[in-house]
Design a protein around this ligand. Structure first.
Ligand SMILES: [Zn+2]
Ligand SMILES: [Zn+2]
Length: 361
């Protein structure tokens, strides 16, 4: 493809998908047309462009856009997610700590967040790469909760489905309302505190737990472990674990409303905010108090601490949507022949609700 007539620079912390969409609109064409001309045999919008683009395709993009490959590599979320995960990431699998888009053909089920005030203030509205991170629930500039849906029609944010005449990325691709027009509530400071600590951890590659300095990936493992403990406790509030979490001031009633069984990467911003606030409280209680609470409630200190080498696996690989669809179909068949446990039904229902939210609109 020949060079584009208008050069569109990447803005600070702009996600690759945001830039691709803005570039298309600037050239006067739909995002799907621009990427189809650039990569005729690759349907980029069925993947997650914010993870980064592989070298051969990146060369074509750099040639057409006039932007060096290095800038796209810097805009990719791979280094951030690798720092949090502590391991190299495989392209064809879900990534921990990155919000899942839930792509089905060109439709998405979620995964893109935004700050309404940022979009309203931007001279050129664009989506920040950091809004794709699981631990980001509020805007570090405005202190508002992030939004993950259109406030007017409830659709997930799908800028790649915009058309050239829509003009701005602050437009809902479904109902065409302006996304920065309504006002989100102020976030709880505790949610911002964990977000700040997590951002610092991926930047400097380590983080504190009490007086210990942990490698960033161990710190994230600990946060995920606390999230799992909190969710287990909310499912069994009268258990020893439930009592322990309440002693640490975790609001189990609120957490009880979080969709059971869904990995944090699939949860809404409000649900993640509740879990992250709880995890921050457990983290800040410190190891000594956590051990004391475990002893007081008759729990195994090894299992609750999360600092042992045998940290319980907090989450298996994220199911791909195709997998979850197949599992769902299998689950439905099983349900006909055999009654299923209540919790299993709740988990299946949570997956269905997430899918319905994006299809029934
Ligand atoms: Zn903002
Ligand atoms: Zn809308």
């Amino acid at each position: 493809m020949s060079a584009w007539s208008i050069r569109v620079p990447l803005l600070p912390d702009e996600s690759i998908s945001s830039w691709l969409t803005r570039s298309a609109i600037a050239q006067g064409c739909d995002p799907l047309v621009l990427t189809g001309a650039l990569w005729p045999k690759w349907r980029i919008w069925t993947t997650d462009p914010d993870r980064g683009i592989e070298p051969g395709r990146l060369r074509a993009l750099a040639r057409a856009s006039g932007i060096p490959e290095s800038e796209f590599l810097s805009a990719s979320l791979r280094p951030v997610i690798e720092a949090a995960a502590g391991r190299p990431l495989v392209v064809r699998s879900s990534w921990p700590w990155l919000l899942a888009l839930g792509s089905r053909n060109l439709k998405r089920q979620g995964g893109i967040q935004y700050c309404q005030a940022c979009l309203a203030e931007d001279r050129t509205p664009y989506f920040r790469a950091q809004w794709r991170l699981t631990w980001h629930v509020c805007c570090s500039k405005h202190g508002l909760w992030l939004s993950d849906r259109c406030p007017f029609c409830g659709a997930p944010v799908e800028p790649h489905r915009l058309e050239a005449h829509d003009g701005s990325l602050a437009t809902c691709a479904t109902c065409k309302a302006t996304l920065g027009r309504s006002c989100a509530d102020m976030a709880q400071p505790v949610a911002a505190a964990l977000q700040q600590a997590a951002d610092s951890a991926v930047k400097v590659k380590h983080a504190s737990y009490g007086d210990r300095l942990l490698p960033a990936s161990d710190w994230f493992k600990l946060i995920r472990h606390f999230v799992v403990l909190i969710r287990r406790a909310s499912a069994h509030p009268s258990s020893g674990l439930g009592r322990a979490m309440r002693l640490l001031s975790v609001d189990l009633n609120a957490v009880g409303a979080v969709s059971p069984g869904l990995p944090v990467e699939l949860l809404s911003v409000a649900e993640r905010a509740l879990l992250m606030q709880g995890a921050w409280q457990v983290l800040n209680a410190g190891e000594h108090q956590l051990m004391q609470v475990a002893r007081d409630t008759g729990l195994s200190t090894t299992a609750i601490s999360g600092c042992d080498s045998a940290v319980p696996s907090t989450q298996g690989p994220l199911p791909s949507l195709a997998q979850s669809g197949r599992r769902q179909a299998k689950a439905t068949r099983m349900a006909i022949t055999k009654p299923r446990p209540k919790r299993s039904v709740q988990i299946a229902w949570a997956y269905l609700q997430r899918r319905f939210r994006s299809t029934l609109r």
